[in-house]
Design a binder for this molecule. Structure first.
Ligand code: NAD
Length: 481
């Protein structure tokens, strides 16, 4: 069985403990590779390699750094098929989705930040005869980067590319649930000639490897994407150390459908927003909030559309919904479906584990896409992040009420509005408490825009120049004339 390795100081190396964890293909429910069960000694080795590489990397010209990142992007493009297969096997997502979205977006991350760093500029402020101020923005040193399992390579590269572009070196930890694309990325970096130690990848468990990065006294900055629960833990550990932190966390996003929306577009878009990637995208619209005049008609059309989704073997081209990422996540989804029934909800479709779609996937973790109605906005199912193919539809009367429901959770990551009224679109977009909002669309991403959440969905912004600002420290210099 394949043993994945850490990537430290430009080499692929085993964990110092010699211990490994099982890596499971969720579509088959079977172990198919072994992941290093690393610990703080591996993180220390990675930190030392990153520190040794820092002076050379941070003093390279931006053009030279950009060429290195472009070479990594080219390497990803050249291995697109390998990476897509790996992502689908690790995660259970349809291969077609990984091929079309996840891996090309990971490539784009490197390509975008290779260009963005050449456009990044410092500010200056003229004070007339008194003098002037200018702001230096310099890298901080070794960045600690921690990412989740749902968009494994995309979110991992979303942190690595800007951190390196800005001149930092990095110690990065992918999710132990989906390590294979990160391992292939280390091969790509070696093939692309990335200088040793610039990027170090340490595999393993959150409480061991993640926490060793977070608590490392000499890693000054952390970029984390994952659950709000782990984000809280990270602030407890790193807050008192005054580390610079960006936390991208959970969501319970509202998909607001107004009666004046283009009905078909709203139904199709809302189903996509709820069930893409098995509902395992932080930006999924799991709360479908629908204005009452069209509520019954919408529920019927939504359920019909959900019933037409093909739950299948992720490797088959016509599969819409693949396997749930892990047994633990499947059990969590089923727990919330039971809770919905206890809270008085009606399961309109789905609501149960499905047998594997073919002999290959007989032991896989499959769940029927589930639609719930009849629950009030404040019940637990409509308040807590489930992170699976489970959508709840909630009616509302006035625009004010719709916005109040959208804002009525502890989260504030994203939102979607379906309406044909231009003024309403602007009003509601401004009123919904979230870091990003789509009007008559969903998941359209422009790498130049800031990305992040408010409330318990996050602190800090990544994406575009915001990411380069995050991964550099500003210092103001005043010059007296
Ligand atoms: P998770 O919080 O369990 O794990 C995320 C990462 O943190 C993993 O690499 C994990 O090993 C590590 N980790 C766990 N404990 C740690 C600790 N004590 N110290 C340091 N690191 C630790 O999240 P997950 O289950 O992998 O991913 C799903 C969550 O991620 C959902 O809540 C989802 O909303 C969120 N997410 C958010 C965004 C966003 O941009 N806001 C994007 C994708 C996913």
């Amino acid at each position: 069985m394949q043993k994945l390795q850490n990537y430290i100081g430009g080499q692929l190396v085993p964990p110092q403990s010699g211990q490994y964890l099982d890596n499971i293909d969720p579509a088959r429910g079977a172990v198919y590779s072994l992941v290093p069960d690393s610990d703080d000694s591996d993180v220390e080795a990675a930190y030392q390699a990153a520190t040794a590489a820092y002076p050379g990397w941070s003093s390279l010209s931006i053009q030279a750094r950009a060429r290195h990142l472009t070479a990594v992007a080219d390497g990803i493009a050249a291995r697109l098929e390998d990476l897509a297969q790996a992502e689908s096997m690790d995660n259970g997502k349809p291969l077609a989705l990984a091929r079309r979205i996840d891996i090309p977006r990971a490539e784009d991350n490197f390509r975008y930040f290779a260009q963005a760093i050449t456009q990044f500029h410092n500010e200056s402020y003229d004070m007339g005869e008194l003098g002037f101020n200018y702001t230096l923005r310099r890298p901080l040193g070794v960045a600690g980067l921690i990412s989740p399992w749902n968009l494994p390579l995309y979110l991992f590269s979303w942190k690595i590319a800007p951190a390196l572009a800005a001149g930092n070196t990095a110690v990065a930890k992918p999710s132990e649930v989906t390590p294979l694309t990160a391992y292939l990325l280390s091969e790509v970096c070696i093939e692309a000639g990335l200088p040793p130690g610039v990027l170090n990848i340490v595999h393993g468990l959150g409480p061991k490897v993640g926490e060793a990065i977070v608590s490392h006294p000499d890693i000054p900055m952390l970029s984390f994407t994952g659950s709000t629960k782990v984000g809280k833990r990270i602030t407890e550990v790193a807050g008192p150390m005054f580390k610079k932190m960006s936390l991208e966390m959970g969501g319970k996003n509202a998909n607001l459908v107004f009666a004046d929306a283009d009905f078909e577009e709203a139904v199709n878009g809302s189903v996509r927003a709820a069930f893409t990637n098995q509902g395992q995208i932080c930006l999924c619209g799991s709360r479908v909030v629908v204005q009452r005049p069209i509520y019954e008609q919408f529920v019927a059309a939504f359920v019909e559309k959900v019933n037409s989704l093909k739950v299948g073997d992720p490797m088959e081209a016509d599969t819409d919904v693949g396997a749930i990422v892990s047994k633990v996540q499947l059990e969590k989804d089923l727990y919330y479906i039971d809770l919905a029934k206890e809270e008085g909800g009606e399961i309109r479709t789905g609501g149960k584990r499905l047998p594997g779609p073919n002999a290959r996937c007989a032991e896989g973790y499959f769940l029927a896409p589930t639609v719930i109605t009849g629950l009030g906005p404040n019940c637990r199912v409509n308040q807590e992040e489930i992170f699976g193919p489970v959508a709840s539809i909630i009616p509302f009367d006035t625009e004010e009420e719709g916005v109040a429901i959208a804002n009525g959770t502890a989260y504030g990551l994203s939102g979607t509005i379906w309406t044909s009224d231009l003024k309403r679109a602007h009003r509601v977009a401004a009123a919904v408490e979230s870091g990003i909002i789509w009007v008559n669309s969903w998941l359209v991403r422009d790498l130049r825009t800031p990305f992040g959440g408010v409330k318990q969905s996050g602190i800090g912004r990544e994406g575009g120049m915001e990411a380069l600002r995050f991964f550099t420290e500003p210092k103001n210099v005043f010059i007296k004339l």
